[in-house]
Design a protein around this ligand. Structure first.
Ligand code: GLU
Length: 878
């Protein structure tokens, strides 16, 4: 059988002298070790002490992570040695060292394991050592040959040690190191572990985060292989899975400066919505982060998701329970080993002398002082009696990875057993072939083991030396929670997929509802997500305002023209349609005016018809008067058309009659004023009357003037048949609630004015003639009242135009315009009626005595002015 490391003999030999110096230095500085004698010796590495501060290698004792695990190895060795079926006749010894949770320190310590191999090679020099006087040199007990190493805890320590152990071909099995890079079988070929690598753990964490509905979390890692690669795996898996964003990735330095943890908390609070904190840190860092969170008054703010180094341990949260409440932690699937509990609880100072750190543990655990001879304890601490019992005088809960320590020891024992069976068949005790155990061969036996571990579950390794990924998920709950007894409660499991009992979760504030860790809260109805660039979990909510509605999560769109958004802007609904109704307050004044006006007109017409042959009626020029009164009546009547529901017929009626009444009236008035003017102009020059002053020619003139309007409107009707439209623009108010579609005729403001334009032209011309004829004697003709009528009408229309166009932007436009138009029309009609016909009607009806020929007075009056040759008043000669 080849000697260990024979394949690497040349480089190793070259290394020997410097290594020897190192080993001796290491051994000199060693803080002691636990030694168990045996035929085959296993090495063990345990973080019995924490990392020391301020230049000291070692710090406080780690009761659980250190002492429980170390004792677990001693317990496992006892059991193996007591088992006649396992390695019969072979006693397993041990050399257990403290790593002080520091990789460099652990490396120095671990050189002890290779001491025998190096010194074995240095045997040739032994004869050279001579003491004066020929006394044989005093030699320390020869270092035992370590066949395999159990450990270490921290991945960085395991990695450091693995680099040395592989040089000397010493297999190593870790019970706690989970960093993914240790799976690399080309670099760490002698390394195996009974715990799963963190690639699984990171997946489990991503699954937990997603199961809780979180999408925005921060990560916190201790500097070193474990923390950094754990977080790296988490970030990568979450990125691949999608839907989880990392707010902050914070690294805690290996040697944190004072105030470092307050800074960490401050940074975490820069993204306060990321309440979920994924924490891959060592025990001490976890403790200090929790302390800093409490100091910053943030108890209950953070939702911790702790990795296996938090696990179900008491030490990281001791006296910080309130800050830890709600934390979800992960631990490789394990069972509590009853045998170990019994063993450990019965350990006493008397029966556990082999553990050199046990006295220190005793003092820490029972908070007392052991006064050793010669040293006087000057502090007031209680003196230990030695009668204290673990679990009775102190709380005791088995550390989470005790099972794995036992499994690691058993894995080596089983491998050695198989090797023993192969190399020393049928023999009890070691045979020479076994005495110089070959590390490579042992590694093969280790990788091949398959047995039921201390928890009853199978222990085996895959080709990388990893255990399968199975985890238990715990939540740290408050003791006074509404259900459960507090402490770490199992809430789920992970083995490829997550099974999380969300019902069993409790959160600070005793709520059952899972608190959120989201960058942005979901948007309300009618709001769209406006994504923040580069962070797919963050967005702003933007309300779909105005006439926009929410089409999908990310878009707002304008409603179609005839629709307006629903109240919550999630859809569109038809805009209500309005029109001027008979009952509207806007319609009341015009209607009243129109009714009164048409009644008055009817009365006048009736009176005139009845007294058709009386002087007053005759004197007012009957034919034109009837035309004028028809015009006035039409003007009043248009109000009803303007208020009526728009349809094709009503719209045609509006076009036709809107201008017709006024055209008729003003044509008639113009004909009248023009005639008076012509008669008097002619009268100044000669006695012959001017042409076209007979009633027939008057009517012809009037109707020809009117026909222009009728022809125009007819042409318009033919070119563009009328119909009603719904105008959604007119009442598109800023607030869509007020928006209305207006049912109206397809008549623009301009065409409306166009309708009236011609009559306005007539009116202006008529006014001009009225002004010209103002010198005509008052008693003789109608020139004066016509003049007044025209001035008033002009004023009314002058006032009307700005109101009409000034309200074009108003939401009430349709009402205001219809009302002003109809009222203006009615007023101007009333002015004509009132000025020209009411006084006459009054006289006809109430003073019939005045309704007689006034020939004399007229003649007298006309004698001063050039009077018409004959006839009554302005009445033209027949
Ligand atoms: N899994 C951790 C690491 O690899 C160690 C956890 C522990 O010691 O409980 O560093």
């Amino acid at each position: 059988m080849a000697r260990p490391g024979s394949a690497r003999e040349p480089p190793l030999l070259a290394l020997l002298p410097p290594l020897l110096v190192l080993v001796q230095a290491g051994a000199a500085g060693a803080a002691g070790s636990v030694r168990l004698a045996g035929g085959l010796t296993l090495g063990g590495l345990f973080p019995v002490h924490a990392r020391g501060a301020a230049g000291r290698a070692c710090g406080q004792l780690k009761k659980e992570q250190g002492v429980h695990r170390l004792e677990a190895m001693l317990y496992a060795l006892d059991r193996v040695n007591a088992d006649p079926a396992l390695l019969p006749g072979v006693r397993l010894g041990a050399r257990l060292l403290d790593t002080c949770s520091r990789d460099t320190y652990a490396l120095e310590q671990a050189l002890t394991f290779v001491q025998a191999l190096i010194q074995g090679r240095g045997d040739g020099d032994e004869g050279a050592v001579r003491c004066p006087g020929g006394v044989p040199p005093l030699r320390a007990a020869p270092p035992e040959r370590v066949v395999a190493v159990v450990g270490a805890s921290a991945s960085s320590v395991s990695i450091m040690v693995a680099n040395v152990l592989r040089l000397f071909a010493i297999p190593q099995i870790s019970y706690a190191s989970t960093a993914p890079e240790l799976s690399d079988s080309t670099r760490y070929d002698f390394f195996s572990r009974v715990v799963p690598p963190d690639s699984y753990q990171a997946q489990a964490m991503v699954d937990i985060v997603r199961a809780l509905g979180w999408n925005y979390v921060s990560t916190l890692a201790s500097e070193g292989n474990y923390g950094e690669s754990g977080v790296e795996a988490f970030v990568q898996i979450s990125r691949e899975a999608g839907g989880v964003c990392i707010a902050q990735s914070i690294k805690i330095p290996r040697e944190p400066k004072p105030g470092e943890f307050n800074k960490v908390i401050k940074r975490l609070m820069e993204t306060p919505n990321a309440r979920g904190i994924i924490i891959f840190a060592n025990e001490d860092d976890i403790r200090r982060v929790l302390e800093a969170a409490r100091q910053a008054n943030l108890t209950g703010h953070f939702l911790w998701v702790g990795s296996d180094s938090w696990g179900a341990k008491t030490s990281p949260i001791l006296n910080l329970e309130d800050v830890a409440v709600g934390a979800i932690t992960i631990l490789p699937k394990r069972a509590s080993i009853d045998g170990f509990d019994q063993y450990f609880m019965t350990r006493s100072l008397e029966n556990n002398r082999r553990n050199i750190w046990f006295a220190e543990f005793w003092e820490e655990n029972f908070n007392c002082k052991l006064i050793s001879s010669g040293t006087q304890s000057d502090d007031s601490a209680r003196k230990c009696t030695g009668e204290e019992r673990i679990g009775r005088d102190s709380t005791y809960e088995q550390e989470g990875k005790v099972q794995f320590v036992i499994d690691a020891v058993y894995a080596i024992a089983h491998a050695l057993h198989s090797m023993h069976q192969a190399l020393c068949p049928g023999l009890t005790g070691l045979c020479p072939a076994m005495e110089t155990t070959d590390g490579r061969m042992l590694l093969q036996y280790i990788r091949a083991v398959r047995f039921n571990g201390s928890a009853g579950t199978p222990v085996m390794f895959n080709e990388n030396g990893d255990a399968p990924g199975r985890y238990d998920i715990f939540q740290y709950q408050a003791a006074n929670g509404s259900a459960g007894s507090g402490g770490y409660q199992a809430v789920g499991q992970w083995a490829e997929t997550l099974r999380l009992d969300v019902e069993a979760l409790q959160w600070s504030g005793d709520t059952r509802e899972v608190p959120g860790s989201q960058c942005s809260l979901p948007c309300g109805p009618g709001e769209r997500k406006k994504m923040v660039k580069g962070v797919p979990c963050c967005w702003h909510c933007e309300a779909c305002d105005g006439y926009r509605f929410q089409v999908d999560e990310f878009t707002c769109e304008a409603c179609p023209g005839d629709m307006r958004p629903t109240r919550n802007h999630t859809g569109c609904r038809p805009t209500p349609i309005v029109r001027l109704t008979w009952s509207s307050p806007w319609a009341a004044p015009p209607l009243l005016l129109a009714v009164l006006g048409s009644m008055a007109t009817t009365t006048v017409v009736a009176t005139f018809v009845r007294h058709n042959d009386t002087p007053i009626v005759r004197a007012s020029g009957r034919e034109l008067s009837y035309v004028l009164l028809t015009g006035i009546f039409l003007i009043y009547a248009i109000t009803f058309l303007m208020v009526a529901e728009p349809g094709a017929a009503v719209c045609a009626g509006r076009r036709l009659f809107l201008g017709l009444g006024t055209t008729l009236s003003y044509s008639a008035l113009l004909t009248k004023t023009n005639r008076i003017y012509r008669i008097f102009e002619q009268g100044k020059r000669s006695v012959t009357p001017p042409p076209f002053i007979s009633p027939t020619s008057q009517l012809v003139i009037t109707f020809s003037l009117t026909s222009v309007q009728v022809v125009g409107v007819m042409a318009w009707l033919g070119a563009q048949p009328p119909h009603s439209v719904i105008d959604y623009e007119e009442q598109r108010t800023v607030d869509p609630e007020q928006a209305r579609g207006v049912l109206k005729c397809d008549m623009s403001d301009l065409s409306l004015i166009g309708c009236l334009g011609y009559s306005l032209l007539l009116m202006v011309t008529c006014t001009v003639y009225a002004i010209k004829a103002r010198g005509v004697p008052e008693t003789f003709n109608e020139a004066k009242p016509i003049g007044f009528t025209m001035y008033t009408t002009c004023i009314i229309w002058l006032a009307f135009v700005p109101i009409f166009f000034g309200t074009a932007q108003s939401a009430e436009k349709i009402y205001i315009q219809t009302t002003t138009l109809t009222v203006s029309l009615s007023l101007s009609a009333s002015v004509s009626l009132g000025m020209l016909y009411v006084p006459k009607t009054y006289v006809i009806l109430f003073h019939p005595e005045q309704n007689v020929q006034k020939r004399k007075r007229s003649l007298k009056a006309t004698s001063t002015v050039a009077a018409p040759p004959k006839g009554e008043d302005t009445e033209a000669p027949k």
